[in-house]
Design a protein around this ligand. Structure first.
Ligand code: SAM
Ligand code: SF4
Length: 463
């Protein structure tokens, strides 16, 4: 089945042009609507994006904080990317992996090397990985990706732990390939449109399959049709005007909701980072300031309250901290963007882009806990079948937190006992105690039971 593009650029431009600076009463009315947690319309998103008054900006951030707190509480889900290959046939001007870039060394990990990288991540305490590759696979073609997923899930029985959820960020697939991907039991299929602006897209994707805007923008439809109902979408901020991009992102989300009854599970907000051999990455055409970046997170939190927001280690530790409160629900930690990077260390001449946060997992976990957030290693929902529309049915009335809070605490306890440094364990145990004390009696009893089971030696306890 072919799909029409879900993006209507004319409507976006018309919306952006129609909003003259809305007055404070109008902005406050939109913020009030946002607090109802039913989402926002395109025009309202455009109006919020135009605000610059410091007082109103403060109110926007306060509203986003409230919604984040109400829906996600203090949980922050943790994952690590696993780069399996930097081979690529495309020419994305902003990426170090692009085909004609001679500034990096190429490497596709063997299955044995992928297993070794997985062991390292498990020993650090990770339970979720995001498998990432350029768009060109070794001789066996796409089955390289399928085998790699199997390899990651297959690493077991070496000390405490295993990877329980593999999410995937690889190039758009055909419908048949998506069905094969679904059969490997992945969590989320993630794909960023990079820019929804067709002419900008054309100017930065010079060759290879990725030059086809429509093939990429319709990939989430094909994935959903193939039965993958946890989809992650995103924009690479810095290529085109961010106001245009978030309106297009909204159109894409509403399109998926309309067609499939459920929108994306997550939205990612990567910003362009310097990359070896890329002028575009060093000099983003439309740079997004830190203030605007925080604004993007806050607006998305109000516009799509039940969609997870992912913040990667592209950003610095201090900016990441600020965005936790504004709406972020998932973060990567201890990341490497070079294939083999967990064994070999960070290597500029193999990496996709530079990182802003170089701390290891234990430091990030401790920092997050010191800020009062519960680092969650939970993989429960998709393993218990709570995905797609089923997940949203629970999430929308707010019921999901009755599962997420206990699961976050029990997986955090697993981390502390099996992998945490003494300093992290001290901070973490204190946080678990105060969190349990602050819960309603029924929730507390469920959570305490799970935490006690973990303390008694059980693992992977879920509710
Ligand atoms: N090759 C596949 C693709 O392009 O969809 C999947 C993996 S690609 C390595 C993952 C993402 O990295 C891209 O979608 C892009 O948004 C991001 N990326 C590429 N270059 C970047 C840069 N210089 N800074 C930040 N993110 C970048
Ligand atoms: Fe290849 Fe993806 Fe990088 Fe483009 S963004 S060059 S497709 S790895």
């Amino acid at each position: 089945m072919t799909h029409p593009t879900p993006i209507d650029e004319t409507a976006i431009q018309a919306t952006l042009e129609s909003i003259s600076h809305p007055d404070s009463a109008r902005i406050r009315a939109i913020l009030e609507k946002g607090l109802l947690m039913k989402g926002l319309e395109l025009k309202e998103v455009a109006e919020l994006s135009s605000l610059s008054d410091p007082e109103l900006l403060g109110e926007l951030f306060a509203a986003a904080r409230k919604v984040k707190d109400e829906i996600y509480g203090k949980r922050l889900v943790i994952f690590a990317p696993l780069y399996i290959s930097n081979l690529c046939a495309n020419e994305c001007l902003y990426c170090a992996f692009r085909a004609r870039n001679t500034a990096i060394k190429r490497r596709a990990l063997t299955q044995a090397e992928i297993a070794e990288e997985t062991r390292i991540l498990i020993r650090q305490g990770h339970k979720r990985v995001l498998l990432v590759a350029g768009e060109s696979y070794p001789r066996e073609g796409f089955s390289y990706v399928l085998k790699s997923i199997e390899t990651v899930y297959g690493v077991r029985g070496e000390g405490a732990g295993e990877i329980r959820r593999v999410n995937v960020n690889v190039a758009p697939l055909t419908s048949d390939e998506f069905k094969l991907l679904k059969a490997t039991n992945i969590g989320t299929y993630q794909l960023f449109q990079e820019t929804y602006h067709r002419n900008t897209y054309k100017s930065v994707h010079l060759a290879g399959k990725k030059a086809d805007y429509d093939w990429r923008v319709t990939a989430p439809d094909r994935a959903m049709e193939a039965g993958i109902n946890d989809i992650g979408i995103g924009v690479l901020f810095g290529l085109c005007d961010w106001r245009f991009e978030i309106l297009a992102l909204m159109q894409h989300i509403r399109h998926l909701e309309k067609e499939f009854g459920v929108g994306p599970h997550t939205v990612s907000v990567p910003r362009l980072e310097p990359a070896a051999g890329s002028d575009t990455a060093h000099h983003p055409p439309k740079p997004v300031s830190d203030v605007d970046f925080r604004k993007i997170v806050a607006i998305l939190r109000l516009a799509v309250p039940y969609t997870g927001i992912i913040m990667s280690t592209r950003e610095t530790a201090s900016l990441r901290r600020e965005t936790f409160a504004l709406g972020v629900s998932q973060i990567s930690a201890g990341s490497r963007t070079n294939p083999g990077g967990y064994g070999d260390g960070e290597q500029e001449d193999r990496s996709q882009f530079s990182l802003g946060d170089h701390r290891d997992l234990d430091e990030v976990v401790r920092d997050v806990a010191e800020l009062g957030y519960i680092p969650s290693f939970c993989t429960g929902c998709y393993r218990l079948g709570r995905t797609g529309a089923d997940f949203m049915d629970l999430a929308k009335p707010g019921d999901i937190k009755h599962h997420c809070d206990p699961n976050a605490l029990s997986t955090f306890e697993e981390y502390l006992l099996d992998y945490g440094s003494p300093a992290t364990r001290a901070v973490g145990e204190k946080l678990i105690t105060t969190t349990l004390a602050s819960m309603e009696p029924k929730q507390r009893a469920i959570s305490q039971k799970l935490v006690d089971q973990v303390r008694a030696g059980k693992r992977d306890v879920l509710c």
